[in-house]
Design a protein around this ligand. Structure first.
Ligand SMILES: Cc1cc2nc3c(=O)[nH]c(=O)nc-3n(C[C@H](O)[C@H](O)[C@H](O)COP(=O)(O)OP(=O)(O)OC[C@H]3O[C@@H](n4cnc5c(N)ncnc54)[C@H](O)[C@@H]3O)c2cc1C
Length: 286
């Protein structure tokens, strides 16, 4: 196995593009190293991105925030401006594992690991985040919900890596939230999760919404029908009920030792409603 720690994105892309055999990007390593130790993957090449300066920064721009792919989840939690603008996204990143894991892990790694239960992904999808992908053919922007295409599989092509995650500029009167169900208080994988992002007008009417669900399908779901159920409302009980129904209807979960289909379908509605209430309140709704 070869290990490389390039200092530019261009060099990382070139290494990945030229690699013979299997090549993996190493960010925090909290998934990759576990899989290597378990013998599930045997990379021929590991490209460590943590020495790439541009990937270690969180930048605020006119079009929003750009979060470098090697920024740890702990660093995100310490970024007060980001946490104020996107509390749901930061909350989700800070639910991953433990303090130790958060000191290493990244949201880009969480997304590229492509687990349907990845905690930061529903929050990113609800936020309308895009992955900034660099590859041999240049740069492309891909909505986060299109990066994972199945458990453990991504739409990244040979030689491509995620350079950053781009969050849109925050509109006034907006709020987001992320909730997950786990049977323990921490250090567990989401059995069901929900991310909601809303914008309201001066009267408290929801003008824009995005609802995403995790761990209820092979990939994180963006549920347009759930968003539609609350747009144009003040999140009254009838709207919440419709939101819950749409969330449950979108679920295509598996039965496993952590949760049955029936349980996941029911809890998806509960979490979507609760997350919507938090997001609405954060947007200034009463
Ligand atoms: C004890 C423990 C607890 C955990 N708890 C949680 C939890 O509560 N919630 C949760 O969602 N996850 C959890 N995880 C899983 C893991 O910590 C997260 O998925 C984490 O966000 C992965 O980020 P990373 O930077 O460590 O990724 P890495 O392990 O470095 O990479 C993960 C995968 O993504 C690829 N990759 C990484 N960065 C890029 C990039 N920039 N471009 C292209 N491909 C890339 C890698 O090649 C690899 O295949 C836990 C893991 C452990 C060990």
């Amino acid at each position: 196995m070869e290990y490389a720690a390039p200092e530019t994105t261009k060099a990382a892309v070139s290494l990945l593009a030229k690699a013979k055999g299997s090549a993996y990007v190493l960010a925090g390593g909290s998934d990759l190293l576990v899989r290597m130790r378990g013998g599930f993957v045997e990379p021929d090449l590991v490209v460590d991105i943590k020495r790439i300066k541009a990937m270690r920064e969180v930048k605020k721009t006119a079009s929003g925030y750009t979060i470098g792919a090697a920024v740890s989840c702990a660093e995100l939690g310490e970024n007060k401006a980001l946490a104020k603008a996107w509390p749901g996204v930061v909350e989700a990143a800070n639910l991953i594992g433990s303090k130790q894991i958060q000191g290493r892990c990244t949201m880009a790694g969480n997304m590229c690991n492509a687990s349907p239960a990845a905690d930061s992904v529903p929050a990113l999808v609800a936020a309308g985040a895009k992955a900034v992908i660099q590859g041999p053919k240049g740069k492309r922007l891909v909505p986060v919900e299109q990066v994972a295409i199945g458990p453990g599989k991504t739409s990244l092509k040979k030689g491509e890596l995620v350079e950053a995650l781009a969050l849109p500029a925050r509109k006034p009167r907006s709020g987001d939230a992320y909730l997950r169900f786990i049977p323990r208080t921490e250090m567990d994988i989401a059995v069901v999760s929900a991310g909601v992002n809303v914008t309201i007008d001066a009267k408290g009417v929801i003008t824009e919404a995005r609802v995403a669900l995790g761990a209820v399908a092979p990939t994180v779901l963006l549920v347009a029908a759930a968003a539609k159920a609350i747009i144009g409302t003040k999140l009254d009980d009838a709207a919440l009920e419709k939101l819950g129904e749409a969330a449950s209807a979108a679920c295509r979960p598996i039965d496993d030792k952590r949760g049955t289909v029936e349980f996941r379908v029911k809890v998806a509605a509960v979490l979507a409603k609760r997350a919507a209430k938090i997001a609405y309140k954060r947007a200034g709704g009463k």
